[in-house]
Design a protein around this ligand. Structure first.
Ligand SMILES: Nc1ncnc2c1ncn2[C@@H]1O[C@H](COP(=O)(O)OP(=O)(O)OP(=O)(O)O)[C@@H](O)[C@H]1O
Ligand SMILES: [Mg+2]
Length: 149
């Protein structure tokens, strides 16, 4: 499935659709990878998903802190997720560098929805633990495409 996004309103609507569609896994965190060139809109998408899930604070790029964890409001805990984890793996060089972020432990908690930018940096682009792969692309006409699968 591919969506074409032309405005921030369309991004918000698409992120909301995605946030409602993504279902928690029973035995592990739900890992969603966000792929695309620099500036494709990975962080913007993560921020829009966070907003759709009721995160009050603005989601900024975790490029320098690598990882941010947001508590989700009660309505989403009932649906199955109690935390949103946003990871930017751009500055990581290999899967081993995920360990200091507590990634394995985060993956064991079924209450976590993990959005991870730059999965190819840490060997997660083809990993079977990935529940959903989201690919963002900036088009020549300024629109963005979001492809799932
Ligand atoms: N759908 C959109 N509509 C309008 N502007 C957008 C959209 N998506 C992203 N942008 C803008 O494009 C710029 C880059 O977006 P963003 O930081 O989300 O990219 P990124 O893919 O996370 O980049 P990086 O690889 O550096 O992490 C930002 O200024 C952001 O506000
Ligand atoms: Mg980013």
């Amino acid at each position: 499935m591919t969506a074409t996004i032309r405005t921030l309103e369309e991004l918000a609507a698409e992120a909301k659709r995605f946030a409602l569609a993504v279902k928690p896994k029973e035995r592990s965190a739900t890992l969603v990878t966000l792929s695309g060139e620099l500036g494709a809109g990975k962080t913007a998408f993560a921020g829009a998903v966070a907003k759709a899930l009721g995160v009050g604070e603005a989601v900024t790029s975790p490029t320098f802190v690598l990882e941010k964890i947001y508590a989700l409001p009660v309505c989403d805990i009932e649906r199955g997720f109690d935390r949103l984890v946003h990871i930017d793996a751009y500055r990581l060089a290999g899967a081993a560098e995920l360990a200091p972020l507590g990634f394995d432990e985060l993956m064991r908690d079924a209450g976590n929805l993990i959005l991870l930018e730059w999965p190819e940096q840490v060997g997660l682009d083809a990993d079977p633990r990935v529940a959903e792969r989201v690919r963002l692309e900036l088009q020549a006409d300024g629109s963005r495409t979001i492809a799932y699968g």
